[in-house]
Write a protein that binds this ligand. Sequence first.
Ligand code: ADP
Ligand code: MG
Length: 235
Amino acid sequence: MNSSLEISNLSLSIGGSAILRGVDLTIHTQTVSCLMGRNGVGKSTTLKAIMGLLPLDSGTVKFEGQDISRLSTAQRACAGIAYVPQGRDIFPHLTVEENLFIGARAQGIATDPDYLDQVYTLFPIIREFLKRKGGMLSGGQQQQLAIARSLLTRPKLLILDEPTEGIQPNIIDQIGDAIRILRNQLGMGILLVEQYLDFCKELGDEFTILERGSVSAAGPMESLSEKIVKKFLTV
Ligand SMILES: Nc1ncnc2c1ncn2[C@@H]1O[C@H](COP(=O)(O)OP(=O)(O)O)[C@@H](O)[C@H]1O
Ligand SMILES: [Mg+2]
């Protein structure tokens, strides 16, 4: 198993308060890695740090063996990391099609028709609704659109921040299926921030749990015991 992303000893403060305190995290290729923990422990902040959206106090982020800690967010995206933020960021007044291609166009990436077809196969509703306004889609459909958009840059690592939040169960299943296909057929590494425990257990190969900005437990998903769940995840 090759490592895709390696975060070591990441520390970060916002407005003088320490939010991340020495986080270590490795994501392998062809692996779904779940980053878990209660509200406010630093999951989204970790993702923003990986993308270069927040400056680090210390620590390094390596992607495919290269230190990317000093690269801009756009350079990290070009290197092959795609990020779907919490809350999805769809432009409601643009069409689904405009939303879909906006990132790839900004990066000057022409979309290969065969690859685009693969993306539509993952999320058939996107093709069906291309001419609708983004704001007309349901929350779950917007999430699918946000994931589809992030895939157009052909990333090697996909980072998703709570993709199931506020979404109806049938679309959660479709998103789960898509993640499996991306892992199994495209060999992608996937870093999934999730609070929905069953989704993590079904889909995840590995887990890392944060508590107050530090890693409190990590390992293969099979080793996520009831005791750990109670201690670090149950509200
Ligand atoms: N822009 C910000 N300004 C001040 N505090 C912030 C900001 N963003 C996040 N925080 C704080 O950092 C901590 C971690 O936030 P976050 O990473 O969003 O948590 P999670 O995603 O695990 O719910 C929280 O205590 C939150 O209040
Ligand atoms: Mg969050």
